[in-house]
Design a protein around this ligand. Structure first.
Ligand SMILES: Cc1cc2nc3c(=O)[nH]c(=O)nc-3n(C[C@H](O)[C@H](O)[C@H](O)COP(=O)(O)OP(=O)(O)OC[C@H]3O[C@@H](n4cnc5c(N)ncnc54)[C@H](O)[C@@H]3O)c2cc1C
Length: 462
């Protein structure tokens, strides 16, 4: 490897010799591949990419960055790359190869290295009849998702993924590898659970829940029925127990050959739900929705590892532009506003607009929980569109924003960390008390803002 002639360059060569992973600088072969985020619309151009293979690699990378006054952006998949600030002069620290996962059925816990994606955990956990608090996509990274809170298919029963984390191993901005848990480094442990990055996480430990199977699936209706379907779904959400987590979805599917023929290139109103319990109880719960007469009904008993298919998230990297908002309420007037901007007669709506039902365990503060101890919003909006060309990016961004704006009267006081795809500060995506505590933690551990996170926290100054 020959990186260049400056002292920094020679030191980078020494870093390459010292780690098991890779060090790639701009202009070198492999740079474009190493810097590529899952969201293909994001053009990350860091000074150097370090692809870590182990916690020890991450420690050496952080120590190098500290010694050279370089800032670090930790990243796994790059699903959440959109909100990041420009990475000029920055070290992009990718944990992609660090995907080892251990499941302990006796203690019902999992330990996932920082580069693991959800299917790395959910599939082996399901072999023991256990479920992790994964989200809608099996390819999203465990770490970025959990640091953002983590709203998944079992959220109304078991809360945010962040609040089921029992320990986080991380490299501090000072370059030390520490294990944080309820008894060690409690501030860092609190911050990691829903407050974004305060260090470079190398592994997370989390609780798993006994779910041998559950009743889950989708009901598809022609998009022209969107108002009626969403209305019925919204009324139904007020009646269901915490065992049911569901969402209402307006979905325009592309004409891709890999999609089943009845779905390919068509637009739908979809209700998706996961019901913990047996088939009889689940079928009884969704009976009011079935009465609407769906065109397609996929409900069945499935292992928790199959929940990743429900929302039909893209399985391969795509260019996209999204945005979301917590909603204090989602009354009939909000449905009318949503259908006007995204329903059958909307002119250029985003491909996917979904409203997730919150409440249940999410609304109850978790004793000893992290930076998002509870969520007092009732629903969560997320709109996203594909942007195959840069020209389309501007118009999709505008349409996504139009959907968010249409529901402004019902916005809660802050947005969801994981669905805020603009570079908003963490103050826009966290409760005010949490943001203030994060500022103090940042001041104590990272006063120079060495660690870049999706939504920055500005340290308090004495
Ligand atoms: C298709 C799709 C489906 C989604 N579904 C859901 C869902 O159901 N529920 C939900 O809550 N969210 C969901 N999200 C949002 C998702 O949780 C966020 O985008 C999250 O940031 C992705 O995490 P990642 O690790 O894959 O992404 P990355 O882009 O790799 O990471 C995102 C951020 O996390 C931090 N981070 C990542 N790794 C580390 C590390 N090792 N150390 C320190 N910080 C780190 C960094 O700040 C980084 O910028 C979805 C997103 C997409 C694109």
């Amino acid at each position: 490897m020959n990186i260049g002639d400056t002292t920094d360059d020679r030191d980078l060569e020494a870093l390459q010799a010292a780690i098991g992973g890779k060090v790639v600088v701009a202009g070198q072969a492999g740079y474009d591949q190493a810097r590529q985020a899952w969201n293909l619309a994001v053009d990350e151009r860091p000074r150097v990419v370090v692809v870590a293979q182990s916690a020890s690699d991450a420690v050496k990378a952080v120590q190098f960055a500290r010694a050279h006054g370089m800032r670090i952006a930790p990243q796994g998949t790059g699903h959440g790359a959109a909100p990041l600030e420009p990475l000029d002069g920055v070290m992009l620290l990718r944990t992609t190869p660090m995907r080892q996962v251990g499941i302990d059925p006796a203690t019902r816990t999992a330990r996932a290295e920082a580069g693991a994606v959800w299917q790395d955990v959910t599939v082996p956990a399901a072999e023991h009849g256990l479920a992790a608090l994964a989200g809608s996509s099996p390819n999203v990274g465990v770490t970025g998702y959990t640091l953002a809170g983590g709203l998944g298919w079992l959220a109304r029963r078991h809360g945010l993924a962040a609040n089921s984390v029992t320990a986080a191993e991380l490299v501090t901005p000072g370059g030390d590898l520490v294990r944080t848990d309820a008894g060690h480094e409690p501030d860092l442990f609190w911050a990691v659970r829903g407050g974004g990055g305060v260090g470079v996480v190398t592994a997370l430990e989390m609780r798993l829940y006994p779910v041998p199977e559950l009743y889950a699936g989708d009901l598809f209706f022609p998009i022209k029925r969107a108002a009626e379907v969403l209305d019925t779904w919204r009324e139904w959400t007020a009646t269901v127990p915490d065992e049911v987590t569901s969402l209402g979805h307006i979905l325009r599917l592309p004409p891709l050959p890999e999609l089943p023929e009845p779905l390919r290139g068509r637009a739908f109103a979809v209700i998706e739900a996961a019901c913990l319990g047996d088939e009889g109880t689940g079928a009884e719960l969704i009976r009011p929705l079935r009465r609407l007469g769906p065109e397609l009904d996929t409900f069945a008993m499935i292992p928790a590892s199959a929940l990743g298919q429900l929302n039909m998230d893209p399985s391969q990297p795509v260019p996209g532009q999204g945005n979301g908002a917590f909603l204090a309420d989602f009354p009939a007037a909000a449905i009318d506003a949503l259908v006007a901007v995204a329903g059958p007669d909307a002119e250029t709506p985003p491909n996917s607009v979904e409203v997730r039902h919150l409440g249940g365990a999410l609304a109850r503060p978790v004793p000893g929980g992290g930076a998002q101890p509870s969520i007092d919003a009732s629903y969560l909006l997320y709109a996203v569109g594909a942007t195959p060309t840069p020209d389309m990016a501007n118009s999709v961004r505008a349409h996504v924003q139009a959907v968010k704006d249409a529901l402004a009267p019902w916005h809660a006081s802050y947005d969801y960390y994981g669905f805020e795809d603009t570079p908003a500060t963490a103050a826009a995506v966290l409760p005010p008390d949490s943001y203030r505590r994060l500022q103090e933690i940042k001041a104590a551990h990272d006063p120079d803002q060495m660690i870049i996170s999706a939504h920055p926290v500005w340290p308090t100054r004495p």
